[in-house]
Design a protein around this ligand. Structure first.
Ligand code: ADP
Ligand code: MG
Ligand code: MG
Length: 279
């Protein structure tokens, strides 16, 4: 689904990613771990297309996949499972796209979702307005009509309920005055409503207490554990991986993947520290 090859990127002329290579197949969850300053957030921003993050070498191809057994362009409902919106049309897929050539909104329309380490506050726009706009612009990109206010609220309520998120919070301005944990939970509600194919989640576990960690972990599993979806889970600590079992774990250090392995690698990192493992 995602193939990153020899990626080099810089910020303000400073090289941060220095030859990063990584592939994710549909149906897989990959964790990226690494010390502070390794370039984890930079990778997320480059994939999302954030201005100011300049790719100087390498490539990223994105091949949104269809679930096995589903014909191109066919309609399927994932709303029962609570992930995504009713009757999403997944178009003719399986084509490898140059992700870096696409605008951020085009990447989003193709099913890329970015969860931020520090979710932004947007005063003056309610969560409901913001999410309905986001969802409807994606629907438009897929050639579908917009959801009415009432239809959208049904989708939003379902997702909010499942994450134990008060609907009243969704009526408030985006993230304004939310605690760290509420912001992260809100991101999971956003993810549930949008129903992405590929989620890049940057330190989704930071600032969460144990109960919230379980809720968020369950949310990631429920929304993203599917044969046509994939997750890049960026995390500094092992604890989120107790709830979301990764298929692969990679260590990012000084802008490159220096080791890859299974879930046991995360435990080794926790035990021995990055300096030891990345050496
Ligand atoms: P991580 O998420 O792994 O902690 P980051 O991707 O946030 O790492 O940062 C990687 C490196 O890039 C750090 O050394 C950081 O100081 C540097 N960096 C990030 N943003 C900027 C910026 N806007 N200007 C200069 N250096 C930056
Ligand atoms: Mg950091
Ligand atoms: Mg970071």
């Amino acid at each position: 689904m995602l193939k990153i090859e020899n990626l080099h990127a810089e910020v303000d002329g400073k090289p941060i990613l220095k030859g990063l290579t990584l592939s994710l197949n549909a149906g897989e969850i990959h964790a990226i771990m690494g010390p502070n300053g390794a370039g984890k957030s930079t990778l997320a921003y480059v994939l999302g297309g954030r201005p100011g993050y300049e790719v100087t070498e390498g490539s990223v191809t994105f091949t949104p996949s269809r679930p096995p057994g589903l014909e191109p362009g066919s309609r399927f409902s994932v709303a029962e499972e609570g992930s995504g919106t009713p009757d999403q049309v997944r178009g003719d897929e399986g084509e490898a796209l140059d992700l870096l050539a696409l605008e951020p909104h085009e990447r989003a329309a193709l099913g890329l979702f970015l969860g931020f380490q520090y979710p932004v506050e947007i005063p003056g726009i309610s969560n409901v307005q913001f999410l309905r706009e986001a969802l409807n612009s994606q629907r438009k990109a897929r050639g579908e009509g917009p959801l009415s206010g009432g239809e959208f609220l049904k989708v939003a309520r379902l997702q909010a309920d499942r994450l134990g998120f008060d609907m009243e919070m969704l009526k408030r301005p985006v993230n304004v005055g939310f605690s760290g944990g509420e912001k992260k939970r809100n991101e999971m509600v956003q993810m549930g409503i949008i129903g992405p194919r590929l989620a890049v989640l940057d330190e989704t576990d930071s600032g969460l207490d144990i109960d919230a960690l379980r809720v968020v972990g369950d949310g990631i599993n429920r929304i993203m554990r599917a044969p046509d979806k994939a997750v890049l889970l960026i995390t500094h600590y092992q604890r989120l991986l107790d709830y979301v079992q990764p298929d692969f774990v990679h260590v990012l250090s000084a802008g490159r993947i220096v080791r890859s392995g299974g879930p046991e690698l995360a435990l080794e990192l926790e035990r021995e520290g990055y300096a030891q493992v990345a050496a």
